[in-house]
Each structure stands twice: as C-alpha cells, then as structure tokens.
Design a protein around this ligand. Sequence first.
Ligand code: ADP
Length: 435
Amino acid sequence: MAIDPSDAKALLDVQKKSYFNGAICLFCGLLFHCLVSGTLIVPFVVSQLLLVGIFLGMGLRVGEGWLSPTRAGVIGGLLGLMSATSFVHWSGGPFSPYIHFFGALPFMLALFSPDSGVPTLVSGGASLVAVLVVSVMAGMPPRMLALQSFSSVVLLSLALFGTRVYRRALDAHREAHQARLQALEQLAESERLRGRAERERAEVERLVLVGQLAAGVAHEVNNPLAFVKANLNFLEHEADDEARPLDRAELKSLLQETQQGVLRIQQIVMDLKDFSRAGHMGEEERGELGEALREAGRLASVRMGAGCDVSLELTPELPAVRLGQRHIVQVMVNLLLNAVDAVEQARPERCAHITVRARREERGVCVQVDDNGPGIPPDVLPRLFEPFFTTKPPGKGTGLGLALCREYVARAGGSLHAENRAEGGARFVLMLPLA
Ligand code: ADP
C-alpha cells in the first residue's frame, strides 16, 4: 500500500529514534555487563563501542542518500545480530545468559523498520543460523542441538508472527486514515456541489421574478413613453406654426413633464437591470434598507394595475442591515408580488394595497409587509416556507420564493415569518440584524 508523505516522515522519525535508543541501550548494556560480571574483554568492549557509534551515525543519516529506510533496517538488523552474537560469544556461548537475544532480534528489527517485513525476515533467518553456529562451535551434543534449534525456531516464528501483527495494525491504521481523508474529500466535494446547486436555484428564482415583472415593465414603460411622444409631437407642431407666439411657461412645463417621463423610464430600466444582473451569493453583507425598499416598491409597482399601490412607512435614518442590497430587494419583491397575486387571485376586480413599515428595534430592523388580500388559509400557513410548495397554477408559481427568502434572511442571522392580520389580509414580518 502506498504511504502518504506525512506517514513516511512520521515513520522516519520513529526509525531515527529507534537507532538512538538502540545506541543508548547497547552502551548501557555493555556498562552493566562489565560492572556486574567484573570482566573487561578489550576486543568485546571495542567492538560494542564501535557498534554504538555506527548506530548513532545511522540515526543521524537514515533516509539520506543511499541509506533508504529499508536498507537501514537490514543493516540495523545485521549490526544487532553482530552485537548479540558477540555478547553471547564472550559470555559462555550456547550457555550464555544472553542467548535469548537471538529470539528477540526480529522484534528489535520491527522497531527499526516498521513499514517493511524484509529486515525482520532476514535477521530472523540469520539469528537462527547464528544460534546453530555458536552451538556447533561449542561442541553441543546432537540431541541438545536439535532441541536448541527447535526452541529457536519456535521463538523466531513467534517473533515473526508478532512483527506481522504489528505491521498489520500499522496498515489498518493507515487504511483507516486514508478512508477518513477520502470521506473528508467527498464531504468537501458534496458541499461544493450543494453550494453550486443553491446558487443556481437562487438564480432561477430571480429570473422567474424578472419574467413575472417583464409584462408590467412593458406597460409601465409604455405609459410615460406615450406622453413623451405626445409632448414631442405637440412641440414639433408648435415649432412649425410660425403664426402662434411661443408661450414660454407652457413650453417649460411640457419639457419638465417630458423629462420626468424619460427619468421614470430610465429608473425602471435601471432597477430591472440591477435586479437581473447575475451575482454570487454572499458577495455583499450589508444593505441600505431604505433604498432597497424603495427599489423593490418601484419594481413591484410595474406589475400592479391602476389604483393599486405600495405605500412605504419608514422611520427616518434606518441603519444599515446585515443582508446584501440585492438580497433585500429580492426578498421584498417576492413578498410584494405574492401579495399582489393573492389579491388578484381572490378578487381580480379589487386593487392591491400593500403597506411596508420599517422601524428600528432593539435587535435590528423590523420590516412588516401588510396586504389587503384574503389572508393565508390555515392549512397553507404551516407549509408556506417549504421549498416547492405553491398554490399558484402551473407556470405561475415555483414554490421557491419564500423558501429562498427565509434562507437568505436566516443566513444573515435574521428571521421571516407570516401571520394573518385580525383586520384581514396577510402580514409578513422580517427581522434583520444590524450590519
Ligand atoms: P410561489 O409564489 O412560487 O407560489 P412562494 O414560496 O413565494 O412560491 O409562495 C408559496 C405560497 O405561499 C404561495 O403559492 C401562496 O399560496 C402563499 N402566499 C404567499 N404570500 C401570500 C400572501 N401575501 N397571501 C396569501 N398567500 C400567500
């Protein structure tokens, strides 16, 4: 199984520490042996001190150049074997108190190279051979030799089995780590896809609103256009009629009226352009409520017939709120168009009168939208904010408007809820925290 770079570094650190610890143990063991046995065999002491030096050197250089971790593991095993053999040899051969060092060698090797079984296997085989050589050299009787070999094989098998278990545990740990990483990656990917789907949903809903406004826009633009055109025709006619004296006051009032008409058209087109502009969620975190409510009122009024109105009752100097301008406009246009639809659906001959009130409260700004429609039926009220819930005919409602409004508002730390007014009609209450 492939090892990831952070695992490889951690293993290398473990190996380095094992070599340093090995050097310390060897030095202390040597000191202990000399003190307790009261002997000082110079070749033995010199060879062990040399091995201590090599262990320290390997601890410093393992992982660099040709000294790869696996190679260092094999070398460490062979050095360990040399050290164990020399301990056994200088302290009584097969009858040495250190004879079991050979059995422990594969375990030691597993510490030097925990990620590979090769060094353990090599040193295991080599230590078995060493036991036999030492025993034969000491002239051990054949029967004893057989028993000695048998016990060594059992010990080595256990040691190999132990190292195998150790490596399997290491592999299982790595696999679990990999699985965790993969799960995290999948989670991040699904979060990304969810974010994208959400943005697309918001985009679709805004375009649906733009579509709903489009017919009204044409009508609203046509009205001022008609009197602008009529005024221009009149002015042209007046200019042609040289006999008639120019009435400056009349001319000025005509020009003012024409100018207002052009400004109204410009305002409608600008509002619609702003509103339909594609954008990203969360791009702004602050909005001027007064301006946003006026823009939403202007946009919604293009869908309303003569006699209908949106009246704004805003306390002066409303503070900025923690929701982007475009989202406030989107939420408000949604609420206003829903109110217009509710009135039209219930009694087409009736005019919609919508009142938007905004006031500062302790927790933020409260916006209240009241209409003179039929109100919300009790069975609809609990489902109002469910995505795709609509009572409008197919092609007219998506059922996403209120769900998205609540989502935007909740994300900004605010709230949106609906109720029926005692005097009739529906009321939507929007709470927005301060920016
Ligand atoms: P859509 O407008 O596409 O139906 P919404 O989520 O905006 O989706 O609205 C869901 C439903 O809530 C509407 O279909 C309507 O039944 C109800 N509703 C919304 N506003 C009002 C209101 N002012 N008066 C009565 N019913 C309303």
